[in-house]
Design a protein. Structure first.
Length: 128
């Protein structure tokens, strides 16, 4: 929670500076241990390619991507949460609705080319 409070103060100071958000995200990714860092770097590239209008920002100390200040999707490292897998998830801002039930978070142990394509498609759908 302290990290989120710092993020909110920094965002208020700098406004909607997309470059500053990008720097913050890349710095957080660089701090991650190698397995998480490699996945986070790929996720970052996929999100940027799939939805260039999303603004990178940190959210509770993790990389996230927002529109109009609202987080659409995010990456959580396994190490930070002492989990056996990393997570890529979507907030309720994402337009992923499919009937009455749909997934909003995915466990990541590694990324294959097929996984990367699927994530890219989901990100595109999320911002429609």
């Amino acid at each position: 929670m302290r990290e989120r409070a710092k993020e909110m103060k920094a965002e208020a100071r700098r406004g909607k500076d997309k470059a500053a958000g990008e720097r913050d995200v890349l710095a957080k990714i660089a701090e991650m241990p190698k397995p998480d860092r490699v996945m986070a770097e790929r996720i970052h590239a996929i999100v940027k390619a799939s939805a260039p209008d999303l603004s990178p920002k940190t959210w509770y100390g993790m990389p996230a991507y927002a529109t109009d200040g609202k987080v659409v999707c995010y990456f959580q490292s396994a190490e930070k949460f002492k989990s056996r897998y990393a997570t890529f998830g979507f907030s309720d801002t994402a337009s992923l609705d499919e009937g009455a039930v749909w997934p909003v978070a995915f466990a990541l142990k590694k990324l294959t080319a097929a996984d990367e394509r699927r994530i890219g498609e989901l990100v595109k759908k999320a911002v429609r």
